[in-house]
Design a protein around this ligand. Structure first.
Ligand code: AMP
Ligand code: MG
Length: 348
């Protein structure tokens, strides 16, 4: 993680805290507040829960997030994904967490016509996005690596949780893992009887129930060009709010060209469309995470078609022509910040 990313992560965590404290008069003061801060999955996370079982719930949730990080990391040699990527195509036993994520990733790959593809890893690695040792690969190298990209190289046997990767394919669950960690944490926290919690995991926010006083959570959407500012806020209850944008991880060449970490599987280059950032809101954090990455690759027009077809997700898209595209389902819950009040809003 770069110094800039660390600062931006700290700032985005602080923004959420500021938003919660602005509303502190309305929080039920009788509800006991617990908080755990941790660094996992390359992100500063702040987990907050209300009520007497909150502390135990957060401890269990934090343990699960750390365990998932160890299982799913693409760079940690001890991880299941590392073992699978090094198996030379052999059938490998995997945990039910990994099997579920691969299965969901394959479904989303189909739904998004290939925009979401976990087999892009060899290309992402070549650009240095997973290690921070950035470089611009030659076109020949990209073409060579793209030849082995494609979700049909993943043979998943969910009966016994086995998988094999054909044609030297390698996978990376970086576009979906944090959302899944949020969903698992949500289940664990609810099972402890907590009805009010908010998990800020960088660009992923998972809300559980409502605020202790029964009102909605107010979640800030980060301004893609200034991590201290917001595009606006959305009021949600029991939903995940997941944002993807090029600003999260990128590097610049000597000519000032910017390359970011979300790649278009068709080209092997950073996905460049009219979208600057996209926030997906829905009940399932895992899907919201995969979709925020996918819609960023697809651009506004295809994203609008997708959202209209599947209708079970809301979104706020910031496009490069000073327009916010917002789904009907969330439009009344969205409030633009002063900086974005001049933007045109198109309801989709
Ligand atoms: P997110 O921050 O959730 O949008 O995820 C970005 C991460 O997903 C990147 O750092 C890569 O690890 C991975 N990734 C990049 N492009 C894609 C893609 N087109 N499909 C699936 N995963 C991707
Ligand atoms: Mg994602």
């Amino acid at each position: 993680m770069t110094y800039k990313n660390i600062i931006s992560a700290i700032l985005s965590v602080s923004l959420i805290i500021i938003l919660s404290s602005c509303n502190s008069q309305s929080i039920d003061n009788t509800a006991q507040e617990s908080e755990i801060d941790l660094f996992a999955m390359d992100t500063y996370m702040s987990l907050k829960a209300y009520g007497t079982t909150g502390e135990t719930a957060l401890q269990k949730a934090s343990d699960k997030i750390k365990a998932l990080e160890t299982t799913l990391s693409v760079t940690n040699e001890e991880s299941e994904i590392f073992r699978l990527n090094s198996a030379g195509g052999k059938k490998t036993e995997i945990s039910s967490d990994t099997a579920f994520l691969i299965e969901r990733s394959l479904e989303i790959n189909k739904e998004t016509n290939g925009a979401f593809d976990i087999t892009l890893y060899p290309v992402t690695k070549e650009w240095g996005f997973t290690t921070g040792s950035y470089k611009i690969p030659s076109q020949a190298r990209i073409d060579e690596l793209l030849a082995n990209v494609g979700s049909d190289n993943i043979l998943l046997d969910t009966d016994g949780n086995y998988v094999s990767l054909k044609n030297e394919a390698n996978i990376d669950l970086g576009g979906i893992a944090k959302g899944y960690a949020g969903s698992c944490a949500e289940d664990i926290i609810k099972a402890e009887g907590v009805t009010s919690a908010i998990l800020n995991m960088g660009g992923n926010v998972q809300t559980i129930g409502t605020k202790p006083d029964g009102s909605s959570w107010k979640v800030g959407i980060q301004d893609p060009s200034d991590s201290t500012q917001l595009v606006g806020t959305v009021e949600v209850a029991d939903k995940a709010v997941v944002t993807s944008g090029g600003y999260e991880r990128y590097f610049e060449d000597e000519l000032g060209n910017i390359y970011w970490h979300i790649l278009d599987p068709k080209t092997g280059y950073s996905a460049k469309t009219d979208i600057i950032s996209v926030t997906v809101i829905g009940s399932d954090g895992t899907t919201c995470d995969a979709l925020s990455t996918s819609l960023f690759v697809m651009g506004t027009e295809k994203s609008v078609d997708y959202l209209k077809t599947y209708r079970n997700h809301d979104a706020v898209i910031v496009s490069n022509d000073n327009t916010l595209y917002i789904t009907k389902g969330i439009i009344n819950e969205f409030k633009a910040s002063n900086e974005f009040s001049g933007y045109k809003i198109i309801t989709i």
